[in-house]
Design a protein around this ligand. Sequence first.
Ligand SMILES: NC(=O)c1ccc[n+]([C@@H]2O[C@H](COP(=O)([O-])OP(=O)(O)OC[C@H]3O[C@@H](n4cnc5c(N)ncnc54)[C@H](OP(=O)(O)O)[C@@H]3O)[C@@H](O)[C@H]2O)c1
Length: 333
Amino acid sequence: MTRAIVVTEKGAGGRLLEIDDDEFFEGTGGDEAVDLEVLYSSVNYKDGMALTGRPGVVRSWPLIPGIDIVGRVTGSRSPRFAEGDLVVLNGDGIGEDRHGGLADRARVRPDALVHLPSAFEAAPARAAAIGTAGFTSMIAVLALEDAGVRPEDGEILVTGAAGGVGSIAISLLARRGYRVVASTGRAEELGGYLEGLGAARVIDRGPLGEEGRPLQSQAWAGAIDSVGSRTLANVLAQTNYGGTVVACGLAQGPDLPGTVLPFILRSVTLTGANSVEAPLPLRERAWTDLARELDPEALDSLTTTVSLEGALDVAPRILDGAVRGRTVVDLSL
Ligand SMILES: NC(=O)c1ccc[n+]([C@@H]2O[C@H](COP(=O)([O-])OP(=O)(O)OC[C@H]3O[C@@H](n4cnc5c(N)ncnc54)[C@H](OP(=O)(O)O)[C@@H]3O)[C@@H](O)[C@H]2O)c1
């Protein structure tokens, strides 16, 4: 028997249950299924939606939520993995239409499974602290740089700064030598925390969230936006000639109420970051860079750890924007 949080039916929230894992995982994971002891998972915005029964994330029932897994291989039909290997998995449909990480055990397909970089072997919880949020931040940083943005070009704006994606993006960018400006709705409460992560300046998110002019004063060489909607439209309108904006979230909304003027008059590039379907080579590149670059102390400073049951309490708070940084679920608690 295995402890697992299960969303049993459409519209239902997650419940902590004892399941017969052999029966539950029957037929999952494909021909090269890999069995895992889950060491850590985490609570992302999507997990908050799944655990509270909100529509849009879970697409198959019953389902174990949890879009991140850090685990140890206990059995493998894939030649890429052997018993005892430490691995990390982000997205690839787990916690959405495949069983995810909020359980003591998991059975996954190997397509997106990455060997945990050796830097994390002594503290695999840090890989869960990074999780989908940090993995997405790294993909976003790589997208900025692949578009040609460099530290000497000017300031980089990070929106949704105190959230999981934003917090880790600040730390990664600062480490790479960028001057980072953090946009947050919690400047008074969390300004010091964001500066501690490496933000050179903290600004209030209010004006960015309002309707704005289609072109505004140029301020940013690039931006990582986890907010979308009017915020993204204003960020585009404030981006320098030739700059790049990476859209990776929709905390304010999925709409984009702007004009084409930033693109046709300032050659601004809008690009995306999708962690769920990232191909294996990009996953391996991102995890190698994360292992090399993410400051362990900065990571620890933005991490809170909870038990499996505790994940259920965090879920509504992450939807209210009341969670700071990252929440790790420790399956040994
Ligand atoms: N593309 C991908 O593959 C991918 C991967 C992971 C996450 N995401 C998406 O990225 C977004 C952030 O994820 P996360 O895990 O960082 O979530 P999170 O920890 O909840 O952070 C989101 C942050 O956005 C800000 N925010 C919330 N509501 C807002 C509003 N109405 N207007 C403006 N700002 C608002 C808040 O930051 P402040 O308190 O600092 O203002 C909040 O902390 C979510 O939309 C998530 O679905 C996408």
